[in-house]
Design a protein around this ligand. Structure first.
Ligand code: 5RP
Length: 219
């Protein structure tokens, strides 16, 4: 089964978590795009949708869905999103698509976080995928120097501006053996908007598309 087919399988499995009248947060990325394409099949069940990015909002609106503001709905029953890496502890790296801050807000404001990935994303330890960090532009050099002190190699995602008007640093060569500690440490740096480690608010469910079918972890 191709990687794309594994993503589709994971997206399809996520549809089972959508119950009558739910308010659902929708993440960002190619796996989530597979989910968005399938959402019309459960249109009648959806109470409201909240989006994590302008890209996702555009896709949802093109399919005729109304997109609500988080401030209007308060909380979401369910959040469905992809990830760049995930561990058996449900810790994630996210932000490959640069939407990590809004994704983190939606994950925090949701009762259940279902993460949909293909098998290649399931890892023993986070950090092979360069860790995305959204930063206030004027703090970029300062934060880069702090990350170098932590033995990371920050690379500015040149030309990319987040939906919040900020920059992204992709930090290479971090072995993230303690995701909780690393998330807190980076979060505390002045000028960091958010870090792509999702450990304080991990996924509740991992749906992993594999060549032999869906693997489900968590509930
Ligand atoms: C976007 C994300 C995505 O969930 C992550 O990058 C995975 O994307 P894809 O499904 O395209 O592999 O965090 O900010």
């Amino acid at each position: 089964m191709s990687q794309l087919d594994q993503k589709k399988e994971a997206a399809k499995a996520a549809l089972d978590y959508i119950l009558e009248g739910m308010t659902i947060g929708i993440g960002t990325g190619s796996t989530v795009n597979c989910l968005i394409d399938m959402l019309p099949t459960v249109r009648n069940k959806i109470g409201a949708l909240v989006s994590s990015s302008s890209e996702t909002t555009d896709r949802l609106q093109k399919l005729g869905f109304e997109v609500s503001l988080l401030n209007s709905v308060g909380t979401a029953d369910l959040y469905i999103d992809g990830a760049d890496e995930a561990t058996k502890h449900f810790h994630l790296i996210k932000g490959g698509g640069g939407a990590l801050t809004r994704e983190k807000i939606l994950a925090a404001a949701s009762r259940k976080f279902v993460c949909i990935i293909d098998e290649s994303k399931f890892v023993a330890m986070l950090g092979k995928f360069p860790l995305p960090i959204e930063v206030i532009p004027m703090a970029q050099s300062y934060i880069s120097r702090q990350l170098i002190k932590m033995r990371g190699q920050p690379i500015w995602r040149e030309g990319f501006i987040t939906d919040n008007g900020n920059h992204i640093l992709d930090v290479h060569n971090l072995a993230i053996s303690n995701p909780l500690e690393m998330e807190d440490r980076i979060n505390q740096m002045a000028g960091v908007v958010s870090v792509g480690i999702f450990a304080r608010r991990p996924a509740d469910v991992l749906l992993i598309g594999t060549p032999t079918g869906i693997k489900t972890m968590g509930s």
